[in-house]
Structures are given as structure tokens and as C-alpha cells.
Design a binder for this molecule. Structure first.
Ligand code: NAP
Length: 330
């Protein structure tokens, strides 16, 4: 089968595209014929060696996938050949990745794709959708009628957080770095959008939410806790999930006297049951049209190296070249 893989970690150009043997499914695995995969910033960190992970060699890059079950191991109970599925959490903790024509995936990381939802959509919402759900539902416990601020509303995670917040019935305020991205946030359901390049976020938030925001979702790798804690309401919750090297100052006093809480997590440490709970709601919202993948562009898997370069320059280099996900087709 054709696959995008690395032999050793390094720059995007280390990604090779060529023939590898197709995997054989284990007893509890499905062999999935892949029709779409999505790229996430974590893929670039693993490929670049910025996150130390056990890696098979060769290592096929990628976490997310959608496709059709081609073969099911004897212990598989939920799927059979022909079923459309999507999933995430591959290419992590020693598991092989997804940027290939076939993947062997344990059934606990697979979910049925709702009728009428394209594979590009299912793949594009996979990791970011599970991330958004874990943060909003499991950790921040966002409730109907509350106000959430999403810093980075046009990105892969942020655009999903905005949509899920609206599906939950909250009021969503998002930031964007251009008029185009601000319009995108509005289309995704944001009630207010602040252009952080030309507006003062602190001042605008005071006008929109004078009593503070109930939840602050930070997608930036360099959180500004002074700004965030100042903008939180009493008993506000803050989510941090990016920036392994970040060591910003933290305003202890204002934080604890307001009774705020801080939640940090990585999606791949969530249990299969926690990820399944997220996938159930994601599937419901996809089917109801309340959630869609924010796809910036679709590329062939043969261009995985170029896609990694674009993603890295956008997420780490703030190039502004992407507003959402890169989905790739084998
Ligand atoms: N912990 C986890 O489990 C987990 C899961 C998924 C992702 N992550 C991490 O979360 C981060 C975001 O992921 P992503 O997929 O959403 O990345 P992304 O698609 O690159 O989005 C980043 C967003 O940040 C915005 N941005 C850039 N500079 C900004 C600034 N100064 N103020 C406000 N917004 C700004 C950009 O929007 P504009 O172009 O409009 O400025 C862009 O939309 C990454 O570091 C990723 O590794 C962690």
C-alpha cells in the first residue's frame, strides 16, 4: 500500500511517500480502507521529534482517519466489513499512524460514521472534536446560558469549540486575526468576534461580558494568564491544552479569590470510554448539522510533507496561511 512515513524524526522533508506492506488486523482490530485523514499540530511535533514518543520504524504519520472496514479481527464486536468508521488517537504511544491506504485500528478507537456525513468531514473533526468535547463537557462542564471565550476561534480546535459551545446552548466569544477569519467564526456560530490584531481583547471583553466569562478556552501555545484570569467570572474555568515549553507568570491572588479552576489535558491520555462519550455527541451533532469540520484545504497524502510544512508554519510560526484543517486523501 502507499503510505506517508518517516524513518527518523526531523523536518517535514523527512516524510517519505511510497510502498509499505499493508497491516494485518489483530484480534480486536479492524483493517480500515482509509478514504480521508486529517493533519493536526501534534503530528508535526511527533515527526519533528519535539514530543518524545515510542515510534515503530518505519513510522506512518497521522492520528485521524475515516474510511470503511475491510476486515474485522475475530474479537471485534461492534463493526463488520463494509461499515463506515472514523477515529483518532493513532500514531501515538507506539501505535502506527493513519496516512496510508490501510490502517489496523483497535475497535475501541473507532466510531460509526453517520449516514450523510462525508469521510472528509468525519476525519476533519476527529482529534479536534474529541479534544473540544473533553475540555467543554468533562472538564469545564460548560452549561447552557453560560459565556465562553475561545482564544483562536478559527483554528482546528477553536472552530470546533465554538460550534460545540453553541450546540450546548452557551454564548460564544471568539478571537480571530483577520476579517476573513472573523467572518468564519461568525459562520460557525460565534456571537461576538474580536479581531485581536486591531482590537484590545481586555477592553472588548469588558464590554461584551462585564461580569466575566464563565469559561476561557486557550488554544495558544503562549497563554497570558493575567489577561485570562482578569476576564474570568467568579467560579470561572480555564482550559489550557497547548504550549509544552510555556512558563508564563501566573496571577495566584486574583485566581483563587474568585474561586476559579484551571484544567489542563492531552487528548491521547483520555481513556477509550472518555473518547467514546465524546464521539457519541460528535456523531449526534454531525448528523444534526450542528457540527462540521472547518476544512481549510484538501490535499493528496502524497503531499504530506508539504502539508506538514504548512501546518507547522501556521501553528508555530503564526503564518496565518491556514484557517482550519488540512484533510488529505490517499
Ligand atoms: N492538549 C491536547 O490534547 C491538544 C489537542 C489538539 C491540539 N492541541 C494544541 O492546541 C493548539 C491549537 O491547535 P489547533 O489545531 O487549533 O491549531 P491551529 O489550527 O493552528 O489554530 C491556531 C489558531 O490560533 C490563532 N492565533 C494565532 N495567534 C493568535 C493570537 N495572538 N491571538 C489569538 N489567536 C491567535 C490562529 O488564528 P488567526 O490566524 O485568525 O490568528 C489559529 O486559528 C496547538 O498547539 C496544538 O498542538 C492540543
Amino acid at each position: 500500500m502507499k503510505a506517508a512515513y518517516i524513518i527518523k524524526t526531523g523536518p517535514p522533508e523527512n516524510i517519505l511517500y511510497g510502498d509499505l506492506p499493508a497491516p494485518k488486523p489483530g484480534p480486536t482490530q479492524c483493517l480500515v480502507k482509509v478514504s480521508a485523514v486529517a493533519l493536526n499540530p501534534v503530528d508535526t511535533y511527533i515527526r519533528g521529534g519535539m514530543i518524545q514518543m515510542p515510534l515503530p520504524s518505519p513510522f506512518i504519520v497521522g492520528c485521524d482517519l475515516a474510511g470503511t472496514v475491510a476486515e474485522a479481527g475475530p474479537g471485534v464486536t461492534r463493526f463488520e466489513p463494509g461499515d463506515r468508521v472514523w477515529g483518532s488517537n493513532q500514531g501515538l504511544l507506539g501505535r502506527q499512524g493513519t496516512f496510508a491506504e490501510y490502517c489496523a485500528v483497535d475497535e475501541c478507537w473507532l466510531y460509526p460514521t453517520p449516514d450523510g456525513v462525508a469521510d472528509e468531514q468525519a476525519a476533519g473533526v476527529a482529534l479536534v472534536g474529541i479534544t473540544a468535547h473533553l475540555g467543554l463537557v468533562r472538564d469545564a462542564k460548560l452549561e447552557k446560558g453560560e459565556t465562553i471565550f475561545v482564544n483562536g476561534g478559527s483554528g482546528g480546535v477553536g472552530s470546533t469549540v465554538v460550534q460545540m459551545s453553541k450546540a450546548i446552548g452557551a454564548r460564544a466569544i471568539a478571537t480571530a486575526g483577520s476579517d476573513k477569519n472573523a467572518e468564519l467564526c461568525r459562520q460557525l456560530g460565534a456571537d461576538f468576534v474580536i479581531n485581536y490584531k486591531i482590537q484590545n481583547v481586555e477592553v472588548e471583553l469588558k464590554k461584551i461580558a462585564p461580569a466575566g466569562v464563565n469559561v476561557w478556552w486557550e488554544t495558544l501555545r503562549e497563554p497570558n494568564f493575567d489577561l485570562a484570569v482578569g476576564a474570568l467570572s467568579a467560579r470561572g474555568r480555564m482550559i489550557v491544552m497547548a504550549g509544552r515549553e510555556a512558563r508564563p507568570p501566573f496571577p495566584v491572588g486574583p485566581f483563587y479569590v474568585k474561586g476559579c479552576t484551571l484544567h489542563g489535558f492531552v487528548v491521547f491520555m483520555a481513556s477509550p470510554e472518555e473518547q467514546q462519550d465524546a464521539a457519541d455527541d460528535i456523531n449526534r451533532w454531525l448528523a444534526e448539522g450542528k457540527l462540521r469540520a472547518n476544512i481549510d484545504r484538501v490535499m493528496p497524502v502524497s503531499q504530506a510533507a508539504l502539508a506538514h510544512r504548512l501546518q507547522e508554519e501556521s501553528t508555530i510560526g503564526h503564518s496565518g496561511a491556514l484557517a482550519g484543517k488540512i484533510v488529505l486523501k490517499p
